[in-house]
Structures are given as structure tokens and as C-alpha cells.
Design a binder for this molecule. Structure first.
Ligand code: FRU
Length: 495
């Protein structure tokens, strides 16, 4: 059975993946070989290459029994597709090979740690998931599941731990202690989502250590896809809480991606939380995962979609689901900054540059258009009076546009894709407060065929959205209420 399901998936993607032309796909964002993609998995550096896996259903553009798709790259920019790495072919993972992470194993093999899902009978006659943590080892192309899987079971959690929601192990090595840790997403009925910490000396035998942090019924009922790392002297935990209630403009209703800042006590294995913030203020961002590049950079990549918008698929599409660009994370004044990795700059072509353009009303500028674009805008008041509104419309023609607008009076940035060509009603707009700088704002906008990522004030905030606007809509226009000065630096992105 083991070989069959994987061989079947590999044969299927080989046959149907090639029918998707490059122009039907995003240009510099990752999409599945064929079918459906969700979370990034196993993001790691192994044998001189970056490896990136993803939650994958090759057979349709809807979520279904999960496999792992696989890509490799030498520069985080040019990705080569490899055959699917894992299929749901064992009893303990036959309902899905769910999310997980990757690392180099002590014996030099590539280690993948993932959640196996099985559907089991409940004493009351119903059926439910059973989620366990498993290992697979490989050479960078072919992976074999560990014969003594699972290595972590929900029975190892303290009393009240869920057997149904217990997933997404993120493994990391503690060099000082010379051992391995894994954070796993979980929950209890009383407290909601939490992050459980496990430890192993040899990666095969694991013990429960502590619950690092918990929702206490305020931040969602389950925390998916946890990650833990330290930048400078700040400990950071990433979580993807499910079913949050909105809080101001920080969190929206439903599934969010958030980060916790605080202090991790290495002796007691406790995490003292100082802050909790949104990771991305757009709509389509979920289940991020990080890795450390060989040069020490902490790099994050995420699913550029959310569970809530997963049915908003354009007709006739042969793939669905994208990943964000990899983003370098740094910490400034206790908050995360996110910047697109510098490797992306290698795709920039055809620079268009304007300085001190006086805007007052509508304007277009010669040379400014495109759907695969890296564009940085700097806007500031012209003279003493403060403009009331600055807005840029992208992916625009006479019927469509997607806008990013800034109102310096209340320091509010708004995004709206209502007119991006959607043919059904889903959430289309968001507002976010941005830092006030005397009416000045800097926005870097990455446009790809089916997405927009905006980075405000050198990465203080990021907003990520998908757009399925017809590709002919490639206009870029500006509008202000009041006079403002604009600098523009724009490149076409050519991979
Ligand atoms: C997050 C998630 C994970 C799970 C995977 C299943 O989007 O729900 O918790 O492992 O997707 O595809």
C-alpha cells in the first residue's frame, strides 16, 4: 500500500502538472504542481539547498486527504518542483499527512516531522480524528516513514489534552543542551488553544515538557501551526488561532495568524508573554512557518489564503493555493518587522523612478503599469497642510481595481479588493492603524498575477491579499484628496 499511494500521486502530478502553463500560475510565488495547496511544511536547509514542502491534494483544487508536495531551491527564489514526498499510506496517517517541519537528523539524513491523522470510533458510536506526531527520513527526494511511528501521541499531554486537535509539530535543535524540542499545537475544552513543548535527546523518544502558552478562551479554541524562535533577546511564538473574535483592528473574526512576544525560561520551560499581535493585517495569510538560513536570517513563509476564503476559487482553475514570498524577520522595539527577502531583488527589471511628483486629484504616470511588479511608494504632505487621502489603485482597468489608501488624519491604511473581479461576496477589505510620521508613509507593494503583498514603513506592518482580476487589468493610478508629494520606484518582476 505504501508505495502505491505515493507512486499514484507522483504519476498524477507528472501527467497533469505539465498541462498548466507558466502564464496560468503566479510568476514569483509558489503554487502547487497541480491541485490544492495549503500550509508550508518542512521549510529547512538540507544538503546545500532550501527545501520547502506543502500541504497538498494533487487530485482536485479542494482540500482533501493530505499529501506533502515538495520544492527545492538554492536561492529561495528559483524553485524546482520535486515529486510529492509523503502520501497518506499508513494506518496512523491514512486520513491525512498533516503539517509539520524539517531538519537535518543527527545521522545526516533529512528528517520530516508531521502529524498523522486517522479516523477512529468514539465510545458513543461517533467517529473522530486521532492526531499523532510522526517521523520520516530521506535523502532530499525520497522519504521513508519511521517504522516505530508515531513518536508523540496525545496521551502524553497533561490531562484534558485533545486527541482530536493535536498537530503541526515544529522541531528545532537546542545547540547548547544538545537536544531537540518540538512545539505542537493543541487545546483543552476549558482553556482553548495552547502550545505544547516536547523534548528528545535522539529524535525517536520524546517526553512532554510544558505548555508554553494558552488562549485562556480569549484567543481562539485551537492554536494551529506553532513555531518558536528567538531574535536578539526576544522570544517569539507564532500561532494560527482558530475562530477568534475580533479585537479592535488587531484581530479579525475567524482564523488569524498571530505572534506572541515574551521571555522563555530555559530552566523552567515557561514562557512569560509580553504581547500578542497580528502577523499580517490583510485577508489571505495563515499557517506561517520559519527557518534559519545558513547566514543566520530568520525567514518566514505562509499560506497566502485562509480557511475562510478557501472556496473562493475562480472557475476553471487547475491549481489553487499560493505561498507568500519568503520574508526576513527582525525585531524592533518589541515588534516583528517583515521584509521580503533581498534575493527577490534579482528579478527586478526595467526600473521606473519618479521623485517629488505633485499629486492633487487623479493621476497616472508614464511607465507605471504591470501585474508582476515590485513598487515602493513614498508619500508626504506638499507644503504645510496635510492631505486628507492618498490612494493607489492597482490591477486596474475601466471595470476593476484593488486599492490601498492612507488617511494621515487618523493614520489609517485601508485595503479594498471589492472590485477585483470577485463574483461572490467574501471579505474584501481591511483597515489597519499605521505609525504616524508627520503625514509620511512608505509602502512597498509586491504584485503578482493573483496576489498583492504590501509592506508598510519598512515592514512594520504587512497586508496580504489574493486577487483573481483578469490579467489585462494592469493599470496603476493614484488619487489624492489634498496635495501630496510622491516618490515612486517600480520594477517589473521577471523570474
Ligand atoms: C492549517 C491546518 C493544520 C493542519 C493542516 C491540514 O491550515 O489546518 O493545522 O495540519 O492545515 O491540511
Amino acid at each position: 500500500m505504501a508505495m502505491n499511494l505515493l507512486a499514484k500521486a507522483r504519476a498524477y502530478e507528472e501527467e497533469y502538472g505539465r498541462l498548466i502553463s507558466d502564464l496560468e500560475r503566479p510568476s514569483y510565488h509558489i503554487s502547487p504542481t497541480v491541485g490544492w495547496l495549503n500550509d508550508p511544511n518542512g521549510f529547512s536547509y538540507y544538503d546545500g539547498k532550501y527545501h520547502l514542502f506543502y500541504q497538498y491534494n494533487p487530485y482536485s483544487t479542494q482540500w482533501d486527504t493530505m499529501h506533502w508536495g515538495h520544492l527545492v531551491s538554492e536561492d529561495l527564489l528559483h524553485w524546482k518542483r520535486l515529486p510529492a514526498a509523503l502520501a497518506p499510506d499508513q494506518e496512523y496517517d491514512c486520513a491525512g499527512v498533516f503539517s509539520g517541519s524539517g531538519l537535518m537528523a543527527p545521522d545526516g539524513r533529512h528528517l520530516l516531522m508531521y502529524t498523522g491523522v486517522q479516523i477512529v470510533d468514539r465510545p458513543d458510536g461517533g467517529r473522530e480524528d486521532r492526531q499523532v506526531q510522526c517521523l520520516a527520513f530521506g535523502d532530499g527526494t525520497d522519504y521513508v516513514k519511521y517504522e516505530n511511528n508515531p513518536v508523540i501521541t496525545p496521551e502524553m499531554l497533561p490531562e484534558g489534552g485533545s486527541t482530536v486537535d493535536f498537530r503541526d509539530p515544529k522541531i528545532f535543535r537546542d545547540e547548547e543542551e544538545g537536544c531537540y524540542y518540538a512545539v505542537v499545537g493543541s487545546c483543552t475544552r476549558e482553556e482553548g488553544g495552547n502550545v505544547a513543548l516536547f523534548r528528545s535527546r535522539d529524535i525517536f523518544h520524546w517526553e512532554f515538557v510544558s505548555i508554553l502558552d494558552r488562549s485562556e478562551q480569549r484567543y481562539g479554541y485551537m492554536w494551529e501551526c506553532p513555531d518558536y524562535f528567538r531574535i536578539d533577546d526576544t522570544d517569539i511564538i507564532l500561532i494560527s488561532p482558530m475562530k477568534l473574535s475580533a479585537e479592535g483592528l488587531e484581530f479579525h473574526c475567524g482564523n488569524n495568524a498571530a505572534y506572541l512576544t515574551g521571555n522563555y525560561d530555559r530552566e523552567k520551560h515557561t514562557f512569560e508573554r509580553k504581547g500578542i499581535f497580528s502577523l499580517d493585517y490583510g485577508i489571505d495569510f495563515y499557517a506561517p512557518q520559519t527557518m534559519t538560513a545558513p547566514d543566520g536570517r530568520r525567514i518566514m513563509i505562509a499560506w497566502m489564503q485562509t480557511p475562510e476564503t478557501r472556496h473562493s476559487q475562480p472557475a476553471g482553475i487547475k491549481w489553487f493555493g499560493q505561498l507568500t514570498v519568503p520574508r526576513e524577520l527582525t525585531v524592533k522595539e518589541g515588534r516583528l518587522l517583515q521584509r521580503p527577502i533581498r534575493e527577490l531583488e534579482a528579478c527586478r527589471r526595467g526600473r521606473v523612478f519618479y521623485r517629488d511628483v505633485l499629486l492633487n486629484g487623479h493621476a497616472g504616470l508614464a511607465g507605471l503599469k504591470g501585474r508582476c511588479v515590485d513598487m515602493t511608494l513614498r508619500v508626504r504632505p506638499a507644503g504645510r497642510s496635510l492631505y486628507r487621502l492618498f490612494s493607489v489603485r492597482i490591477a486596474a482597468d475601466d471595470r476593476h481595481y484593488t486599492s490601498i489608501s492612507y488617511r494621515p488624519g487618523d493614520s489609517m491604511l485601508s485595503f479594498d479588493r471589492s472590485f477585483s473581479g470577485l463574483n461572490h461576496y467574501i471579505v474584501s477589505d481591511r483597515d489597519v492603524h499605521v505609525g504616524y510620521r508627520e503625514g509620511e508613509i512608505k509602502i512597498r507593494i509586491l504584485i503578482d498575477r493573483f496576489s498583492v503583498e504590501a509592506f508598510v514603513n519598512d515592514g512594520e506592518q504587512a497586508l496580504t491579499f489574493t486577487i483573481y482580476t483578469p490579467q489585462e487589468a494592469d493599470g496603476i493610478f493614484f488619487e489624492t484628496d489634498g496635495a501630496a508629494l510622491l516618490d515612486v520606484e517600480k520594477y517589473d518582476m521577471v523570474l
